[in-house]
Ligand binder design. Sequence first.
Ligand SMILES: [Mg+2]
Length: 187
Amino acid sequence: MAGNRALFLDRDGVINHDSGYTSNSKDFRFIDGIFELCRAARQSGYLLIVVTNQAGIGRGYYSEQDFFALSEWMRQRFVEEGASIADIFHCPYHPEHGIGPYKKDSFNRKPHPGMLLQAAEKHGIDMAHSIMIGDKDSDMQAAKNAGVGIRCHYLTLENQDELSGAATCRIYSLREGISLLSGTARE
Ligand SMILES: [Mg+2]
């Protein structure tokens, strides 16, 4: 038994529209198809794990407590949609713009793989048979660095010129991602 499969999700730009440093539920708008995708993933046995850079904390735009409160609200919405999230990892640091102790080149900040590797250890994840969906090259790089087998770049009208060399596939809607779930079945 090689472990659990996970669907790793970036948050801003994949779960919610990235309006820049989203820090409360009033401004949090879910992207069309996210619940269908996540429900299908749970039904196929994937753990849902969110890995999100949150330099807005390090920059002093909002607090870690604000982030935790928003995360609790978000988790509850996923529970209501039949797609419970197993874990959420965040990195509050920024190598240049972090204030005080938050100014640091963290191994957890994507494109570094720290958050994904922590998740793999904590949840016993079979990375080669797992999936990462992100909207940025740094998501794809982090997933590649962590050994995630399927690295899916979610492209929109806003970021379609940012195709990542580290991606193994691309989707233009989150519902398209449902087809990835059967692509990692073990023989
Ligand atoms: Mg993003």
